[in-house]
Design a protein around this ligand. Sequence first.
Ligand SMILES: [Cu+2]
Length: 147
Amino acid sequence: MITKPFVCVLLALCAFEASAATPACVTVEQGWVRLTPAMMRMAAGFARIRNGCANEVVVIGAGSKAFGDVSLHETTVVQGVSRMREIERLPIAAGASAELKPGGLHLMLMQPEVALAEGAQLPLRLSLEDGTKVDGMLQVRREAPTR
Ligand SMILES: [Cu+2]
């Protein structure tokens, strides 16, 4: 009599947790990290973040077990000088994608926990403004994947 409702509550919580971790309508596609010499202690990551949801989503942060510090950056060229600035909010309209690519938006990956090896798959987790998380993968490569 007591056990059954308790189990239902647990199942409901688990289902909620699962959907909170990865909203299926936001995906990270063709994620990759440019292979850099280990002494650089930093790397840049790129991907297409696709929002298949019915609403706008806003990326407010990123993290990875493979790096101590991950942030979202944008490279801009001002008067011939390349600069990077941190992006605190990256809104993606319903049905649209954000392209993170060399020379533009990128993930700044600092304090690598492991030596980058070509072909390795590194985890990526994006935080959305609504509190949900999106898990993806970044493959270590020398060149951008052909799309
Ligand atoms: Cu950067």
